[in-house]
Design a protein around this ligand. Structure first.
Ligand SMILES: [Zn+2]
Length: 282
C-alpha cells in the first residue's frame, strides 16, 4: 500500500531579473561602421533582414522580380496588420519592389544605359534629352508622350478628390537602349575583390611542362607578344614593375536580326576574360 505524503511547504523568494543597464559587450570600430552602413539601407533591422532575403533570393537563386515583389508586399501586409501597430513606425517606407531593394542595397550591375537610334544604331549619352532626335536619321530616340490635350480640353477642377487617383504622368522612355560597361570601369570593381592582385600574377609561378600545351601561358602569343616599348609584354624588363593583363573577348550571337527562335529580337553573349587568372577563376 502506498500512502501519499504531503510535501512540505517551501517558500522561496524568486529574485526579479532586471535587464542589464550597462553594455554587456563592446562593438569594435569596424562593427560600428558596419552597423552605421546597414542603418543607411533601412533604420529597422527586421526590414533590413527582409531586404537582404529578397536580394539573396534574386542574385543567388535567380528568383524572379515578380516573386520577390510578392514576398515584399506580403511581409509588408503582415507588418501592417500585426497586433503591434508600431512595426512599420519609421519615416523610411518599406520597399515593395525588388527594383527598389536593389537600388537601396547598391546591388547594381555596373552598366550605364545609353539611348540608341533604332535606325542607324548610333549610341547617345545617358543624359540625352527626351526631345533629341538622331541628327543623321532624323528619328526620335524616345517614345512620344501624348500631351496633345490643351488647356481647353482639361476637365474642370473638381473640389471632391476622385475615388480612383488619376494615372501618373509618364516620362518618355528610349525606343532602343544599349547597356555599356567599359573594361576600365570593370577593372576597378575587379581589383576590389580580395586576392585578385595576387591571382593575376599567379601564372608566373606555374610549372610549365616542355612540349605540353595546357594553358594560355604555354602558347606562343603569350610568350612573344610585344608591348608599346617593343619589349616582350609579359616577360620584358619592365613587366615585373606593373600588373600586365592579357584579355580575350568572346562573342556568340543567335541570329543577327531575328529567327524562328527569336522572332522579335536576337540575343548575344559577350565575355571579357582575364587570362592571367587560374582557369577556375576566369
Ligand atoms: Zn540614326
Amino acid at each position: 500500500m502506498i500512502r501519499s505524503t504531503a510535501l512540505p511547504t517551501v517558500q522561496v523568494v524568486v529574485p526579479l531579473i532586471q535587464p542589464a543597464r550597462a553594455p554587456t559587450h563592446v562593438l569594435s570600430p569596424e562593427s560600428q561602421a558596419i552597423l552605421r552602413m546597414a542603418a543607411k539601407y533601412h533604420p529597422i533591422w527586421y526590414i533590413r533582414a527582409v531586404m537582404y532575403l529578397v536580394g539573396i533570393l534574386h542574385t543567388e537563386h535567380h528568383v524572379s522580380f515578380a516573386a520577390c515583389d510578392l514576398v515584399l508586399r506580403s511581409v509588408r501586409f503582415l507588418f501592417e496588420h500585426a497586433a503591434d501597430k508600431s512595426l512599420l513606425a519609421s519615416p523610411t517606407p518599406m520597399s515593395q519592389t525588388l527594383t527598389n531593394v536593389l537600388s537601396k542595397l547598391d546591388l547594381r550591375d555596373g552598366f550605364s544605359v545609353h539611348p540608341t537610334c533604332y535606325s542607324c544604331h548610333k549610341i547617345f549619352s545617358p543624359d540625352t534629352g527626351t526631345d533629341v532626335y538622331c541628327e543623321d536619321c532624323e528619328e526620335p530616340l524616345f517614345d512620344t508622350v501624348d500631351d496633345a490635350a490643351g488647356e481647353e480640353d482639361q476637365p474642370p477642377v473638381n473640389p471632391i478628390p476622385p475615388l480612383i487617383p488619376p494615372p501618373k504622368v509618364q516620362t518618355p522612355k528610349p525606343i532602343l537602349v544599349c547597356p555599356i560597361q567599359l573594361p576600365s570601369r570593370a577593372l576597378v570593381d575587379f581589383f576590389k575583390i580580395p586576392g585578385m592582385f595576387r591571382a593575376v600574377n599567379s601564372w608566373k609561378t606555374r610549372v610549365q611542362v616542355p612540349g605540353e600545351m595546357r594553358c594560355m601561358q604555354d602558347g606562343a602569343v603569350w610568350d612573344e607578344m610585344r608591348g608599346a616599348d617593343g619589349q616582350r609584354f609579359f616577360y620584358g624588363p619592365s613587366a615585373e614593375d606593373e600588373i600586365r593583363l592579357g584579355v580575350t573577348l568572346s562573342l556568340d550571337w543567335f541570329g543577327r536580326k531575328s529567327s524562328s527562335y527569336g522572332p522579335t529580337h536576337s540575343s548575344g553573349a559577350m565575355s571579357l576574360t582575364i587570362q592571367n587568372l587560374p582557369t577556375a577563376l576566369r
